[in-house]
Design a protein around this ligand. Structure first.
Ligand code: ADA
Length: 891
C-alpha cells in the first residue's frame, strides 16, 4: 500500500511537470504585474512551468493567460474571464479589474487543483469604496498631550515600521478586494512634512522623519500595486505641539476661532503633503476641535481645499485627489454645498451605527443624515466606526453583516464601506487575548474582514448559499469535515446579543460606554441621569421601549409598542443557549487551529454568561421600577434573587475571562464613563468590575432593610452633603451674582425666576449673564482662584436649540478634560419659563482661567472646593409626576 502511493505521486508529478503556461501582462502596470505574479505563484504551486511575457506567444499550443485592461471608465474594477481554445483571457475594465480577475482565476485554480479548460465569469463590485482603517492612536494619552495627538514614531508605533506586517496586511486587503486604507491620526503633517515657513513645527527628530518618509513611500507603493488607495485622516483644528508652544497657544481647542496663523500653518502643511504624496487621499474631520458650523464651512473651503489645490498647481497636476468629508460633529450637507462648486472629487462619510454595531434597521439620525448626504450626488461611504459594544470578544456573524451592508445601500443610500477593526482599535495590531505571544488582529479577526468585504463587493447573495459558503470556509479553517455549519450558527447566535442589548438598555452607542463590562442598576433604572444623547434611542434599531417607559406603561396598563425589554432579554438568553449548543456539538472534530477554536468557544461561553447576567439584572430593574409606582417593598424583595443570580453569572464571566483577556476595552482613558470611568487604565476587566457589582447588591439589600425599619412607606431619598461656597475673583466686567434661592432671576434680561433648588446647592450663588448674549455669542467666564475649585454649571435638559448642548463625548473627545462629562446632579433646579437643570462640574487648578462655553443658554451656578467628590445623584426636582427616581436604592 505504502509502495503504491509513492508510485502514484511520482506519476502525478511527472505528468504535471509537463504543463506549461505563459502569462501575458502589461509589464508597465504594477497592478497588473502584481496579479500576474500571484497567478504565477499559484500555478507553480500546482506544478506548472510558468513563463511571463509581455506578448502572446505565436505558434505554440501551450496554455496562455492574457491579463489586460480595457480602460473603460464607465465601469470600475470589473473583469471578464473567458476562454477559447488554449487561451484564457482576463480583461479588466481597468488595472484593478484585471488584478481582481487574476485573483478570481486563482480561486478557480485552487478549487479545481488545475487551470480550468473552459471558463466564463464576469464580475465587478457593488460598492465603489471598500476600505479598512488603522488608527495611529494608543490606548492612553501620551504624557503632556491631548486626545488624538500621536506623532508617528517607532517608540509609539513599532508596527508602523514593520514592512513584513504591512505586506501581510495589504495582502489580506487585496485578497478581500478592499481598495482603500485609512490611516487615522490627529495631526499627521508634523511627522511627515517640513515647512519652510514653520520649520519648528516638525515634531519628530531627523532620523524618525527619514524613517517616516521611507515607510510612507513603501506603503503607498505597495498599496497601489494591490489597487489600494491610502487615505490619510486628520482632525481639525490641531497644530503640532512645538508649533503651539512657540506661539503660546493650545494644540487643540473646541471654542477657538480661526486665526490667520493657524489657517496659514494648516494650509501650508496640506500643500506640502500633497506635493510629496499626490496619490494619497484625505479624510477630513471637521468639528471636534472647531467652534461653529460656519467655521467648519470656512475652514474646509478656505483652508483645506485651497491647500490641496495649491499643491496640485505647484506640481502642474490637474487631476484632483479625492477628499472624503466626515459628517461627524458637523453639518456635512452645508459644508458640501459650499465645497462642491470649488472641488469635484468629494465623498462623504458618516458613522453606520455610531461607535457600536446595534442594528441593520437604522432610523432617525442614522438614516436621515447619510441619506441626505448620499443625495448630494457624491458617493456616500458608511463608516463602521469603533465597535464599543463588541469589544473584546470575537465577532463574525455573516447574517448580521450582510443585512447591515444591505441597510447601508437601501436605508442610507451609501455606496462605500469604511471598516474599523473589530476590537482593540487603540491597541493595533494586537487583540485583547491574554496569550503568551500576543495575537494579531488580522489573524484572529480574519472573518470580520472577509465578511464585510464579501458583502461590500456584493450584498445580494442567497442566504442558504451563504450559510453553505461560510460553513465550507470554516471547515477549511479548522480542517474539519462538518463543524463549519455549527460554528456559523454559534457566530450568528452570539452576533445578536450585544446589538440587541445596547440598543435597548444602553446609555450610548459611543465609546463612552463599554457594554460588555455590564451596567449598574442606577444606569438601568434612570439612564437619563447619565446623559442619553439625543437620537440614541430613536436611531439605533427598530421601534421599541426602554425600561422606564415600559415600566410606566405596564403600571398604567397601556399597550406596548415594538421591541420590549422582557422580549429582548428572553431573546438574548435564547441566543446564548443556542450558541453554546452549537459550539459544543463540534468540539471533537477540529483538525487545525485547535487553540483558536478553544478561544472562540470560550467567547461563546462569555457571551452566554453575559446575556444571563444582563437578563437577570433587567428582571431586577423591572421590579424596582414597578416599586416606584406600587410603593410595595415586596417588589424590591422579589428583585433580590434576580440580582443575586446576575452576580453569579458575572462571577462566571470573571472566571472565563481572568486568564483569557487582558482587558475589555482598548480605549483606557477617562473618556470611558459607562459603566464606570476608565481613567488611567482602571476598571477594564470583569475582575475589576465584580466588587462594584457586589457592592451595588449589598447596598440595595441594606436600603431595603432601612425601608422596612422605617415602616416601609414612602421613598427615602438619601440626604446629600450641602456644598460650601468657595470664593473666586470674577474678572468679567460688571458681573452680578444671584443666590440659588426661590424667586431669584438667573438672567438679567429674562424674567424667569427660580422656583425650587436642590438643598445641597442652596448656599451657592450663580453668576448672572445676559440671555440674549449667551444665545448669540456664547459664554466666557474669566476668573482667578487661589485654590483648586470646581465650577458648577447648569445645563438645561431639553432639545431646544436655544440652549448649549452638554459636554458630549460622542462628538467631542475633549468633553471630559475637566471632569465635566457626567451629570453630577440631575434635576437640580426648576425655573418656570426655562427648562429643568442638570448640574455638571469643571475642575480648575489655582490661577487665572477662562471657561469658554459655546453659544446657547447655560448657567454658572457657583464654585466649590476642587477636591469635593460629588456623588452622582438625581435631586428629583422636576415638573413630572414621576420625577423621583428610584436609583437612590443603589447608592
Ligand atoms: C468620539 C469618540 C472618539 C472618536 C471620535 C470620532 O469623539 O469619543 O474616540 O471616535 O468620536 O472621530 O468619531
Amino acid at each position: 500500500m505504502k509502495y503504491l502511493s509513492v508510485v502514484l505521486i511520482v506519476l502525478m508529478l511527472s505528468c504535471t511537470t509537463e504543463k506549461q503556461v505563459t502569462i501575458v501582462g502589461d509589464t508597465e502596470s504594477p497592478r497588473i504585474m502584481f496579479g500576474v505574479d500571484k497567478l504565477s505563484e499559484t500555478l507553480k504551486d500546482k506544478h506548472y512551468v510558468v513563463n511571463i511575457s509581455s506578448e502572446i506567444p505565436t505558434g505554440k499550443t501551450n496554455s496562455v493567460i492574457v491579463v489586460s485592461e480595457k480602460k473603460d471608465k464607465t465601469k470600475k474594477e470589473s473583469f471578464k474571464i473567458s476562454s477559447s481554445e488554449h487561451i484564457i483571457s482576463i480583461e479588466g475594465t481597468d488595472a484593478s479589474g484585471a488584478l481582481y480577475g487574476a485573483l478570481e482565476l486563482i480561486d478557480e485554480i485552487e478549487k479545481n487543483g488545475a487551470l480550468p479548460s473552459v471558463i466564463h465569469i464576469e464580475d465587478g463590485p457593488e460598492m465603489v469604496l471598500r476600505g479598512t482603517c488603522i488608527g495611529l492612536q494608543k490606548t492612553t494619552y501620551l504624557p503632556g498631550r491631548m486626545v488624538y495627538e500621536y506623532p508617528y514614531t517607532p517608540e509609539s508605533f513599532p508596527w508602523f515600521y514593520d514592512k513584513a506586517h504591512w505586506i501581510e496586511y495589504l495582502d489580506m486587503m487585496v485578497e478581500n478586494r478592499y481598495n482603500s486604507l485609512y490611516l487615522w491620526n490627529g495631526h499627521p503633517f508634523a511627522s511627515l512634512v517640513k515647512l519652510d515657513d514653520y520649520p519648528y513645527a516638525l515634531e519628530v527628530d531627523e532620523e524618525t522623519f527619514k524613517k517616516n518618509e521611507e515607510i510612507f513611500k513603501f506603503l503607498t507603493e505597495e498599496a497601489d500595486k494591490r489597487g489600494i488607495w491610502v487615505i490619510q485622516m486628520f482632525y481639525n483644528i490641531l497644530v503640532s505641539k512645538p508649533f503651539a508652544e512657540k506661539h503660546g497657544i493650545e494644540t487643540q481647542e473646541r471654542s477657538r476661532p480661526i486665526t490667520p496663523l493657524i489657517a496659514d500653518y494648516t494650509q501650508k502643511s496640506i500643500t506640502a503633503f500633497i506635493k510629496k504624496y499626490p496619490n494619497v487621499g484625505f479624510l477630513v474631520t471637521l468639528g471636534e476641535a472647531m467652534h461653529t458650523i460656519d467655521d467648519d464651512v470656512k475652514w474646509f473651503t478656505e483652508t483645506i481645499i485651497p491647500g490641496v489645490k495649491n499643491g496640485l498647481e505647484e506640481l502642474g497636476l490637474t487631476e484632483e485627489p479625492p477628499i472624503v468629508l466626515r459628517g461627524h460633529d458637523t453639518d456635512a450637507e452645508r459644508v458640501m454645498e459650499a465645497a462642491l462648486p470649488i472641488y469635484k472629487n468629494l465623498f462623504t462619510t458618516f458613522k453606520y451605527n455610531g461607535e457600536s454595531l446595534t442594528t441593520y434597521e437604522p432610523r432617525d439620525a442614522w438614516e436621515d443624515i447619510p441619506k441626505a448626504l448620499s443625495e448630494l450626488g457624491s458617493v456616500h461611504v458608511s463608516n463602521v466606526h469603533v465597535l464599543a459594544n463588541l469589544e473584546p470578544f470575537r465577532y463574525g456573524s455573516p447574517d448580521f453583516i450582510q443585512k447591515s451592508v444591505k441597510a447601508m445601500h437601501n436605508i442610507q443610500g451609501a455606496n462605500g464601506l469604511h471598516l474599523y477593526p473589530q476590537a482593540s482599535y487603540w491597541d493595533w495590531p494586537y487583540t485583547a487575548d491574554k496569550t503568551t505571544v500576543r495575537l494579531k488582529q488580522i489573524d484572529r479577526d480574519w472573518m470580520w474582514y472577509q465578511a464585510w468585504a464579501r458583502y461590500a463587493w456584493n450584498s445580494d447573495r442567497d442566504r442558504n448559499e451563504e450559510v453553505d459558503y461560510w460553513s465550507k470556509t470554516l471547515n477549511a479553517y479548522y480542517n474539519s469535515d462538518e463543524s463549519g455549519k455549527d460554528i456559523v450558527e454559534a457566530y450568528e447566535q452570539i452576533g445578536e446579543i450585544a446589538p440587541k442589548l445596547l440598543r435597548t438598555f444602553g446609555i450610548s452607542d459611543g465609546n463612552r460606554q463599554t457594554l460588555l463590562l455590564g451596567m449598574f442598576m442606577g444606569q438601568l433604572v434612570n439612564p437619563y441621569k447619565y446623559h442619553v444623547y439625543k437620537n440614541f434611542l430613536s436611531s439605533n434599531g427598530p421601534v421599541g421601549e426602554i425600561l422606564i417607559d415600559y415600566a410606566e406603561k405596564e403600571w398604567k396598563g397601556e399597550t406596548h409598542v415594538g421591541e420590549t425589554p422582557p422580549q429582548i432579554i428572553a431573546e438574548v438568553v435564547a441566543h446564548g443557549k443556542l450558541a453554546v449548543e452549537a459550539i459544543e456539538k463540534v468540539s471533537s472534530s477540529i483538525g487545525k487551529n485547535k487553540e483558536e477554536f478553544e478561544r472562540l468557544k470560550n467567547d461563546v461561553y462569555c457571551y452566554d454568561a453575559f446575556a444571563n447576567f444582563f437578563a437577570e439584572k433587567v428582571k431586577a430593574a423591572m421590579l424596582v421600577l414597578n416599586y416606584k409606582y406600587s410603593n410595595d417593598i415586596a417588589d424590591l424583595e422579589k428583585a433580590i434573587p434576580h440580582l443575586e443570580k446576575s452576580l453569579a453569572h458575572f462571577n462566571e464571566l470573571t472566571r472565563l475571562t481572568k486568564d483569557t483577556y487582558l482587558y475589555a476595552n482598548s480605549m483606557q482613558t477617562a473618556q470611558r464613563r459607562i459603566p464606570i470611568t476608565g481613567r488611567d487604565g482602571t476598571n477594564k476587566t470583569w475582575e475589576d468590575l465584580l466588587p462594584h457589582y457586589q457592592k451595588e447588591f449589598d447596598v440595595f439589600k441594606r436600603n431595603i432593610d432601612m425601608l422596612k425599619l422605617n415602616g416601609g412607606n414612602g421613598q427615602i431619598a438619601k440626604a446629600h452633603k450641602i456644598f460650601e461656597p468657595v470664593e473666586v475673583v470674577i474678572l468679567n466686567k460688571d458681573t452680578k451674582r444671584y443666590a440659588l434661592k426661590k424667586g431669584q432671576k438667573v438672567y438679567a434680561d429674562n424674567d424667569a425666576k427660580i422656583n425650587e433648588v436642590a438643598e445641597e446647592l442652596q448656599q451657592l450663588s450663580g453668576v448672572q449673564f445676559l440671555d440674549e448674549q449667551q444665545k448669540e455669542a456664547g459664554t466666557v467666564l474669566h476668573f482667578k482662584t487661589n485654590k483648586t475649585v470646581k465650577i458648577l454649571v447648569g445645563y438645561f435638559n431639553t432639545n431646544s436649540y436655544t440652549v448649549l448642548e452638554p459636554p458630549t463625548l460622542e462628538t467631542n473627545a475633549h468633553a471630559n478634560n475637566r471632569g465635566q462629562a457626567d451629570i453630577k446632579i440631575a434635576n437640580a433646579m426648576l425655573i418656570p419659563g426655562l427648562y429643568p437643570v442638570n448640574v455638571y462640574s469643571y475642575k480648575y487648578e489655582p490661577g487665572e482661567h477662562k471657561l469658554v462655553l459655546g453659544k446657547g443658554r447655560v448657567l454658572i451656578l457657583g464654585f466649590i472646593d476642587g477636591e469635593e467628590d460629588i456623588l452622582i445623584h438625581d435631586a428629583g426636582i422636576t415638573n413630572s409626576e414621576d420625577g423621583m427616581a428610584v436609583d437612590w436604592l443603589f447608592y
